[in-house]
Structure formats: structure tokens, C-alpha cells
Design a protein around this ligand. Structure first.
Ligand code: NAI
Length: 338
């Protein structure tokens, strides 16, 4: 059973009363790695999401404190905390959406691939738990290197006989969030009005912003294109270096993860035209996984959009991206099949 303080018990009671009044609306969401740098602000943002009726916070450390704290917010979601692997099953049971920001972040000088060994093992354990306790949940995978952890998750689910490719999504929203911000800065626009598709993967040259498809339609000089592409690809490193050993992006990441999770929930609810970029099992290229625009619905991914017309610069970027991506995907698959 999850730990509950007396106050939380009262909150739970009040929550169930509210829910019985409101009918069965709302979704059950679990955050795995909820006490971390991303996990904490993400817990806060999901507690504020009106589509969430139950929020389960799971980590191997510090969840009692985070749960007590977040549970005092007078928003609709009932919050429960779960600590340590013996509580993973109860944390996951009955969940509609599972968000995974568990794992170690980068330090200066590290690439996302340097995190591979530790995070691969964590993702494997958590996905085994999902297969057992909520095999039909939508999974939002944040743990890096996403280019390898998504293939790892797919292999674990296959092994367990529970693979639903339409429900496994690698979170690349931070690349889109950064692209929108940096492009808006160059164009002198409101960043909320800019939409830049970012395809490929989620590391270095695999991050491919399609500046030829920016909405609203606009044009860039050659210098702007190379400045923007490079800044978007290295946005993560910009933060890692500024934090100087204290980790990687957590606040902007929590914002991006909350935005993506909200899109998944709106899809589950049946909203029309919910489209986000995500790293998913795909036939858009010859690679088994690729990030592109996807339409989200009641089943998870309902449509994967092709890349559309690319500029010369983007076509050559795509070749570079695919080369690195192929290796990262293969590394993930081999980690489980070995
Ligand atoms: P953090 O170290 O602050 O937090 C990670 C949390 O995971 C900790 O609370 C830790 O106790 C927990 N954890 C470790 N092992 C666990 C397990 N077996 N089960 C459940 N929880 C476990 O790290 P931070 O900054 O929150 O980053 C988390 C991950 O997200 C890293 O892998 C990082 O590279 C990745 N990330 C991904 C981004 C993306 O765009 N997809 C952007 C930024 C970071």
C-alpha cells in the first residue's frame, strides 16, 4: 500500500467525494522519478492539470516529502506517493498515462549516450513493471538517451508480450519548445505563436528542426538557418554548461513534458486534431523509430505524418541524423536482446 499521512488520508477522502460528484471524468497519471529535478516541477504541473483525477508519484527516494507538499495544492487531482521498487506495482496499477523522467542527467562534457548504461537498466525495470500492472497505458519516455531508451522500452514490452507501438512515445517536446523560442527571438514574434516541427531524434545532429516548415510562414537567411539549427541541436548542452555540474534542463523540460502529457490526455479524451512531434515506432524513414509529427487520439498515436517537402539543407541534415540514429537505436535493441 502507498504511504499516507493522516492529512493525506483526509485529502484522499475529500478527493473521492469530489470525484463521485464529478462522475468518472479525469485520467490516472503516474510519474516515475517524481522526486528528481524534472519529476518535482512536473508533479506540480500535472497536479494543476484539470484532466488529471489521480496522480501517482513514484521514486526510489524522497517521494513522501514531494507527495505531502504537492498534495496540499487545492486542485482536483488526488495525489498518492510510492517509495521504492516494492511499491512500483501499486504505483502503476490502473494508470492511463505513465510519464518517465527517472534516471541520471548529464554533466558538462558528457553526451546523452554517456548516460546509457545506468538509464537503460532503470528504463528496463520500469517498463517491466508497466507490462505487469498497466500494459495498456500510454507511456511518455523522457529518460535519456531517448534515441536508445525508446527502442529499449519497445524490446522489453515485446519480451513481455505486451508491446503496443501506438502507446509508446519518446518525449522530444523540449526540442520543439526551444525551437519555437529561438525562432521567435530571431523573427521578433511571440513564441506562443510560432510552431517549428522538429524531427529525427533527441540528441545532437539527430535533432532536425524543419525551418522550411515554420508556422507562421517565414523565410530565413543562410546564416540564420545555420545559427538556429545549431542552437536548437545544442540547447541541452547550453543548459548543462550553465548549470556547471548541477545537472541538465529540468524546469523547461518539466514544462515541455507537461505540455506533451496534456496533449496525450486530450487525445485520450477524444479531442480532434491533437498534433505533437514525438520519437515513435515509425515507417516515415527506413529506420524503425523516428521523431515526426503525430496525431494523438483515444488509442494513443492515431496517425504519423510524413516529413513533407524538405530544403536542400534539411535533406543533408536528415542523412546525418539517420546515420547516428541508426546506431543509437541498434544499441538500445542490443541491450535487451544480448
Ligand atoms: P535527477 O537525477 O534530478 O532525477 C532523476 C530521478 O530519478 C531521481 O529522483 C532518482 O531518484 C530517480 N530514479 C533513479 N532510479 C530510479 C528508479 N529505478 N526508479 C524510479 N526513479 C528512479 O535527473 P533529472 O534532471 O530529473 O533528469 C532525469 C532524466 O531525464 C535524465 O535521464 C535526463 O537525461 C533526462 N532528460 C530528458 C530530456 C528530454 O528532452 N527528453 C531533457 C532533460 C533531461
Amino acid at each position: 500500500a502507498p504511504f499516507t499521512s493522516q492529512m493525506e488520508e483526509a485529502d484522499l477522502l475529500r478527493g473521492s467525494v469530489c470525484r463521485s460528484k464529478g462522475g468518472s471524468s479525469g485520467f490516472k497519471v503516474a510519474i516515475l522519478g517524481a522526486a528528481g529535478g524534472i519529476g518535482q516541477p512536473l508533479s506540480l504541473l500535472m497536479k494543476m492539470n484539470p484532466l488529471v483525477s489521480v496522480l501517482h508519484l513514484y521514486d526510489v527516494v524522497n517521494t513522501p516529502g514531494v507527495t505531502a507538499d504537492v498534495s496540499h495544492m487545492n486542485t482536483g487531482a488526488v495525489v498518492r506517493g510510492f517509495l521504492g521498487q516494492q511499491q512500483l506495482e501499486s504505483a502503476l496499477s490502473g494508470m492511463d498515462l505513465v510519464i518517465i523522467p527517472a534516471g541520471v542527467p548529464r554533466k558538462p562534457g558528457m553526451t546523452r549516450d554517456d548516460l546509457f548504461n545506468i538509464n537503460a537498466g532503470i528504463v528496463r525495470t520500469l517498463c517491466e513493471g508497466i507490462s505487469k500492472s498497466c500494459p495498456h497505458a500510454i507511456v511518455n519516455l523522457i529518460s535519456n538517451p531517448v534515441n536508445s531508451t525508446v527502442p529499449i522500452a519497445a524490446e522489453v514490452f515485446k519480451k513481455m508480450g505486451m508491446y503496443e507501438p501506438k502507446r509508446l512515445l519518446g518525449v522530444t517536446t523540449l526540442d520543439v519548445v526551444r525551437a519555437n523560442t529561438f525562432v521567435a527571438e530571431v523573427l521578433g514574434l511571440d513564441p506562443r505563436e510560432v510552431n517549428v516541427p522538429v524531427v529525427g531524434g533527441h540528441a545532437g545532429v539527430t535533432i532536425l528542426p524543419l525551418l522550411s516548415q515554420v508556422k507562421p510562414p517565414c523565410s530565413f537567411t543562410t546564416e540564420e538557418i545555420s545559427y538556429l539549427t545549431e542552437r536548437i541541436q545544442n540547447g541541452g548542452t547550453e543548459v548543462v554548461e550553465a548549470k556547471a555540474g548541477a545537472g541538465s534542463a529540468t524546469l523547461s523540460m518539466a514544462f515541455a513534458a507537461a505540455k506533451f502529457a496534456d496533449a496525450c490526455l486530450r487525445g485520450l479524451r477524444g479531442d480532434a486534431d491533437v498534433v505533437e512531434c514525438s520519437f515513435v515506432a515509425s515507417e516515415v524513414t527506413e529506420l524503425p523509430f523516428f521523431a515526426s509529427k503525430v496525431r494523438l487520439g483515444r488509442m494513443g498515436i492515431e496517425e504519423i505524418f510524413s516529413l513533407g517537402p524538405l530544403s536542400e539543407f534539411e535533406r543533408s541534415g536528415l542523412e546525418k541524423a539517420k546515420k547516428e540514429l541508426a546506431q543509437s537505436i541498434d544499441k538500445g535493441i542490443r541491450f535487451i536482446r544480448k
